[in-house]
Design a protein around this ligand. Structure first.
Ligand code: HEM
Length: 159
């Protein structure tokens, strides 16, 4: 087994853990919370679940980024970032940047406080916004994963 294969395995495992967690929260837990709990309690339950996920996701997002940069270096694939056929390369970096910003900068510095202030005024609207944001990120991530798997195994899609 070579170093590139090991980096690829780390990359895929990290993505499975991280985007799998986002899928569970978006498609299973948030709808269940919406059905089962009072509007005023929803955000607190969400914060409890997301807090645990985000502690773990900090590790998987970091591993995905390091292994991704290593593969780009080993494959000498930097010029792909300028080639529209490899749209999924900048898409991966974009998804990674959004989550890294939210996990390491946004949440600890201002996002959590902003959510709490907004939820105190409009609990239902804030929870609906959280659900929408999760669906948007999950959809972008799923499209990027499909593009990356197809593209890195020789099928340029959709071009
Ligand atoms: C800094 C961020 C990232 C960089 C630099 C990066 C880079 C790479 C590179 C170089 C490859 C190998 C391409 C090839 O073999 O031709 C790859 C594969 C892949 N990446 Fe990323 N990536 C990053 C983040 C992500 C993210 C956020 C996702 C998911 C949303 C993702 C999903 C994948 C998938 C599914 C593969 C294909 C694995 C396979 O089937 O062999 N990557 N990435």
């Amino acid at each position: 087994m070579d170093d590139l294969a090991i980096a690829r395995a780390i990359h895929v495992l990290a993505i499975v853990h991280w985007i799998g967690g986002v899928t569970l929260v978006t498609a299973v837990l948030l709808p269940a919370i919406a059905r089962l709990s009072e509007p005023s309690r929803r955000l607190a339950i969400f914060e409890e679940i997301e807090g645990r996920l985000s502690r773990q996701a900090k590790v998987s997002v970091t591993l995905a980024g390091l292994s991704g940069v290593y593969m780009t270096y080993r494959l000498e694939a930097w010029d792909r970032f300028a080639d529209p056929q490899f749209w999924w390369m900048p898409a991966m970096v974009l998804i990674w940047t959004i989550f890294t910003f939210v996990l390491f900068v946004g949440e600890p510095l201002f996002l959590q406080a902003w959510f709490r202030r907004r939820a105190a005024q409009d609990a239902t609207g804030t929870f609906a916004m959280v659900r929408r944001a999760h669906w948007v990120l999950l959809t972008l991530s799923a499209g990027t994963i499909a593009g990356a798997v197809l593209g890195s195994h020789g099928t340029a899609w959709p071009f």
